[in-house]
Design a protein around this ligand. Structure first.
Ligand SMILES: [Zn+2]
Ligand SMILES: [Zn+2]
Length: 194
């Protein structure tokens, strides 16, 4: 099954391995700032689409294909799971992915490897986006918090308890029995007034 080359070599997320000439041991370093692809994250935190990501990777020709190793840096934006405030965190994660030459990938799949697990070169081009996802998404916090001791929101009124003006935030939650006494007391007061 021959696949036509579908990647755009001008796309910032596409790396060209032409210079490596398929000679194992040959390396090339790529440092570039790329726009984050859409949906790079989870439901609660991720890299905003189009945000700058600093990619610093080494492309190394190996027998099976091209090994991409390095790091990706940027920032993630999410929502504190306790108080819903915006959470912004630095991102700096290692990246490592093997891209297999197309004909080798076919052999690997025939040998029983899952097709989805095998990243394939498209001609001499590499789509770095799946490698970015593999590196970034597992590194994101499962439950992002604005600070580890975030007290969250008031269960009565939803006020954000971490805000300084809410330092002594309380509600007078009256015991129903006291409420009844209060009612009787005000009745008594009313009687006294008249
Ligand atoms: Zn919070
Ligand atoms: Zn409250």
């Amino acid at each position: 099954m021959e696949r036509p080359i579908t990647l755009d070599p001008r796309s910032p997320l596409v790396l060209d391995t032409h210079e490596l000439g398929r000679r194992p041991g040959t390396m090339r370093t790529v440092r570039r700032t790329v726009p984050a692809p859409v949906d790079l994250g989870t439901a609660v935190i991720g890299v905003p689409a189009g945000d700058d990501l600093d990619l610093d990777v080494r492309l190394e020709a190996v027998m099976e294909g091209v090994l991409v190793t390095g790091s990706v840096r940027g920032r993630t934006v999410g929502e504190c799971v306790r108080c819903l405030e915006e959470v912004v965190e630095e991102l700096d994660v290692p990246i490592q992915e093997l891209y297999v030459y197309a004909e080798r990938a076919r052999v690997a799949v025939e040998d029983g490897d899952d097709e989805e697990d095998v990243r394939e070169l498209d001609g001499e081009l590499i789509d770095v986006e799946p490698a970015l996802r593999d590196a970034v998404v597992p590194a994101l916090p499962f439950r992002p918090v604005c600070s580890t001791d975030c007290p969250g929101l008031c269960s009565e009124c939803g006020a954000r308890l971490a805000d300084p003006e809410n330092a002594d935030h309380t509600h007078e939650i009256l015991d129903p029995r006291w409420a009844e006494l209060d009612r009787m007391k005000s009745m008594f007061d009313d009687t006294k007034e008249s």
